[in-house]
Ligand binder design. Structure first.
Ligand code: ADP
Ligand code: MG
Length: 917
């Protein structure tokens, strides 16, 4: 067996055939190796002889795929399967066979289970039946989506040639190879992506991280990354990491010449122009690029230059803080009842992604924040402009994602249309924006240089087919040559009709019809009787028109003749040429778009930013005054999520509250019963800070906020039993992080810290933490507690201010006013709250008695800090009648009539029993 250049193994017109990148070559070579084994006459494997490949290590592992004991004795097709499996051992292999993608062996077991499809067996391998399951090629995307969502990676192994081509080179089997590895972080199909979330692929190395979004081209790095914080902030779709750095990540190794490879990917000789990167950042960036390249069969999507993100300029929040503030996800892990959900009025997927990114990483630099506020202010003051911009945004296509598919040459006609329409929308927005404008609303970016919009508008047909192969993408009149070919094709169709008449006459068969057949092309068809007559008694005609019998069916006979065959060929050629021409035009349009890619990306980003600014203005909230000091003054602030929930429940309105944590009163100690609104108040202030620094407006009448560098939020006694740490351990670990990192510019909210341990322990810890925050760290702090004893600190800590949730007692019931007042809570309302919660009456009565006893002891000077816990002193047995005891246990409200009757009998029996004894 002999073959020429490797690219010949691919079907002509296969878009990969022109690639010469290393990845493609490597994959193609794997196929060579497989086929070499299949055909005993094969030439020596080229992989071993190619010095370039040996140097890069490519080629070696692939040979193992077929040499392992497991693969020995495999049929040619299974040998191919073993080879691709060895190439992508972590992935499920979608192995193309005819109209199906088949999975074999362990993949079949996993796949059939994950997709709930039947598993069958196909042939035997080493004496065992081979498990197999498959999905139809035409609907494989839906199955792919389910697998990706379940966390699988899928390698698509396609047929790289037609059966005819395989036959022509006398191969035993069609060449197959991996054309793409689909992983959660590298997908580009809309069906596999969430419109409102970025799909970050994160690479971690010791001392650095890099992440990119294949679908938008965004690419960032960070040195010395705090991994949990980064994971919480990005919520990556997929993580790759050097071995052992992150347990669940795909293991990877940075390439040897990381800087060189990174520079080469961006077509520059040195990275210096991009900013300053640390070596680990470069290693991570090169590693993530390499990974993308492997999954895309050597291709790279359009990417923006990597930006060293650093943590400067960003409000630092650790994972625990994000969790407790429910910024993008709530405690249950979904997106409802989150800050993002409450404030999101964006109209586009790109806008929603940008808003989420801003909330996940608020700024920490006053001028940058103020610039965003300027944009929101402008759009608040100009409702007409805002309406025009939002009209243009509504329904605007996702240009960033369309561009990603174009750059990977995996596009559909609608992606070209997305750029045409998106750029038209951008232009409409630019026209609406008249100076003077704040600089974030400058219209320049909306009109990219050498925009392909006009060309696309001319080139694309009015209604577009779903796939390029369907034809009809290019509008008539755009390309003379295509028009001519189409005319030829259409003329030939007319010629068929003419020929039908001609043949009917010449052959003397009125019922003759010319029909097209998938395999045999155009044939003249006639009823059996007429056909047999024609066979018996052929008309005397010139060779061109002499009937040639092709096929006998049950009721019809099929004929052709020289002229018809000729026409068939011409028609095929014309259709084929038209399709080829159309593909070429589509590629030309794609190149135009890619040439303008940076400008289009910038326009898409500008639209997303305007979407965010206009959405923020839509809320009608208040611009916070930002300062470089340690101010924090909020007038009538609200909690956006709780407020919305109350509104939806049509319950009582949200009660706004003020806050003052500026110099002189940096620390606020908030007391009050459970359910009074302490947690809500704490969080609403933290959220106000997040919103303000994200560049959004805040739900308050007025706000004056000094920019914070770090935000901490802690809730006592959050359980992490699954994580293997006791509640209290978690609480203390999280608290330790604050004490080690907070500083005078930080903002801290602590909710019931110390709750996770025994009373005096917890009190002691809360006490010490509060003192440290006040004296040493000097952070702005809101501290909610149910330890009344802490209010004793008020006299000792000059900057400590006491606040309490106001509560009123009404007919023995507690009424929460949800408003924050000065001072400390007078008493605990725990027993009242227990009643609200439905604790049985008997228990409540007992609790009230114990409480009264404790209060009496306290008044007698027993000392609240006595280490004898009166709760546990045994109750003196009171000589009471057993019937009374039993009666006291009964809660009449909780009894059904039948229970009541039974209780009565029981009491009576008790009474009788005691009298008898
Ligand atoms: P605590 O932390 O003191 O136990 P929460 O902050 O959890 O109390 O609040 C309990 C409930 O009270 C909330 O779920 C909410 O329904 C209501 N609430 C809290 N703050 C307010 C407010 N400012 N206005 C109206 N209702 C409030
Ligand atoms: Mg609470």
């Amino acid at each position: 067996m002999r073959f020429g250049p490797l690219s010949r193994l691919r079907a002509p017109g296969d878009s990969h055939s022109s690639r010469t990148r290393e990845g493609t070559r490597a994959k193609t070579l794997a196929i060579v190796a497989v086929m070499d084994r299949e055909a005993p006459t094969a030439a020596p494997p080229r992989a071993s002889g190619d010095p370039a490949l040996r140097a890069s290590g490519v080629g070696t592992p692939r040979a193992q795929g077929v040499d392992t004991p497991r693969a020995s004795g495999a049929t040619p097709a299974l040998a191919q399967w073993f080879a691709v499996k060895a190439e992508q051992p972590e992935a499920l292999i979608f192995f193309r066979m005819g109209d199906f993608y088949e999975m074999f062996f362990e993949d079949a077991e996993l796949g059939s289970e994950a997709l709930s499809i039947a598993m069958s067996f196909r042939g035997e391998h080493q004496g065992q039946p081979v498990p197999m399951c498959g999905v139809p090629h035409h609907s494989h995307e839906a199955y792919l989506a389910r697998l990706i969502r379940r966390g699988f990676r899928v390698a698509i192994c396609d047929q790289l040639e037609t059966p005819e081509q395989a036959k022509a080179r006398r191969a035993a089997i069609i060449a197959r190879g991996i054309v793409r590895v689909v992983t959660p972080g590298t997908v580009t199909e809309d069906s596999l992506l969430e419109a409102f979330r970025p799909a970050w692929l994160l690479a971690l190395v010791e001392g650095g991280a890099a992440w990119l979004d294949v679908t938008s081209g965004a690419f960032e790095t960070e040195a010395g990354a705090d991994i949990p914080a980064l994971l919480a902030r990005l919520e990556p779709a997929e993580v790759i990491a050097t071995d052992g750095l992150w347990p669940s990540a795909t293991p990877a190794t940075p390439p040897r010449d990381a800087p060189g490879r990174l520079a080469a990917a961006f077509g520059v000789s040195t990275l210096e122009g991009f900013g300053s990167f640390s070596a680990p950042e470069i290693a991570a960036a090169a590693m993530v690029l390499d990974y993308v390249r492997t999954t895309q069969n050597g291709a790279l999507p359009h990417l923006m230059r990597p930006v060293p993100r650093g943590t400067a300029g960003v409000l630092a929040m650790d994972a625990a803080t994000r969790r407790s503030l429910e910024l993008l996800r709530n405690e249950r892990g979904d997106t409802r009842s989150t800050l993002l959900h409450a404030v999101d009025r964006t109209l586009t997927g790109a806008g929603a992604r940008e808003l989420a990114a801003r909330i996940a990483a608020p700024l920490a630099e006053r001028s940058a924040i103020a610039a965003r506020h300027d944009a929101v202010s402008h759009l608040t003051a100009e409702p007409d402009l805002r309406a025009r911009l939002r009209a243009a945004l509504k329904g605007a296509p996702d240009m960033a994602r369309a561009l990603a598919r174009l750059s990977l040459d995996r596009f559909a006609p609608r992606d070209l249309a997305a750029l045409r329409d998106g750029l038209a929308r951008a232009d409409a927005m630019a026209q609406a924006l008249c100076p003077p404008l704040p600089h974030l609303l400058a219209p320049e970016a909306l009109r990219p240089p050498n925009s392909p919009a006009a060309e696309l508008a001319r080139a694309l047909a009015e209604t577009l087919p779903a796939r390029l192969e369907d034809g009809g993408v290019v509008a008539p009149g755009y390309d003379g040559e295509l028009d001519a070919l189409r005319r030829l094709r259409d003329d030939a169709r007319g010629a068929i009709a003419a020929m039908q008449m001609e043949l009917a006459q010449a052959w003397g068969v009125a019922a003759l019809k010319i029909r097209h057949h998938q395999q045999m092309g155009y044939l003249a068809e006639m009823p059996a009787a007429a056909g047999e007559k024609l066979l018996r008694d052929p008309p005397k005609l010139a060779g061109e028109y002499a009937p040639q019998h092709r096929q006998t069916m049950s009721s019809t006979l099929r004929f052709t003749c020289g002229a018809l065959a000729d026409l068939d060929r011409k028609l095929n050629a014309a259709a084929e040429q038209a399709a080829t021409r159309e593909r070429a035009i589509a590629q030309h349009l794609r190149k135009l778009c890619l040439a303008a890619a940076p400008g289009i990306t910038a326009a898409a980003a500008a639209m997303a930013a305007i979407d965010v600014h206009a959405a923020a203005a839509e809320l009608g909230w208040t611009r916070p005054a930002m300062t470089d000091g340690v101010d924090f003054t909020i007038t009538q602030g609200r909690h956006p999520v709780v407020e919305e929930a109350l509104r939806r429940a049509r319950g009582p309105a949200f009660v706004p509250n003020d806050s003052e944590l500026s110099a002189g009163s940096r620390v606020c100690l908030l007391t009050g019963p459970n359910m009074a609104g302490k947690s809500t108040y704490l969080r609403q202030n933290a959220l106000m800070l997040v919103l303000a620094q994200a560049g959004l407006f805040v739900p308050a009448e007025a706000a004056r906020i000094g920019v914070a560098d770090r935000l901490f939020s802690r809730v006592g006694a959050s359980d992490d039993l699954a994580g293997g740490r006791s509640t209290f351990m978690v609480e203390m670990t999280e608290t330790a992080a604050i004490l080690n990192q907070a500083g005078p510019r930080s903002f801290v909210i602590l909710d019931e810290v110390g709750r996770g341990t025994a009373t005096w322990d917890g009190l002691a810890i809360a006490w010490a933490v509060l003192e440290a925050l006040h004296d040493r760290l000097r952070a702005r702090t809101l501290f909610a507690t149910h330890f009344h004893e802490l209010t004793a600190l008020a006299g000792k800590l000059p900057e400590l201010r006491l606040a309490t949730m106001r509560v009123r007692e009404w007919k023995g019931q507690v009424v929460f006013l949800h408003s924050v007042g000065v001072g400390a809570a007078e008493r605990s309302w725990g027993v009242h709250v227990a009643r609200l919660a439905g604790v049985p009456r008997a228990v409540l009565a007992r609790a009230e008695a114990v409480l009264a006893a404790l209060e009496a002891r306290g008044r007698q000077g027993g000392g609240a800090l006595s280490d004898e816990l009166p709760l546990f002193t045994p109750r003196k047995p009171e000589p009471e009648h057993p019937v009374l005891d039993a009666l006291a246990e009964i809660d009449p409200d909780a009894l059904s009539p039948r229970d009541a009757q039974e209780a009565l009998y029981r009491l009576r029996a008790l009474l009788d029993g005691s009298r008898a004894s």
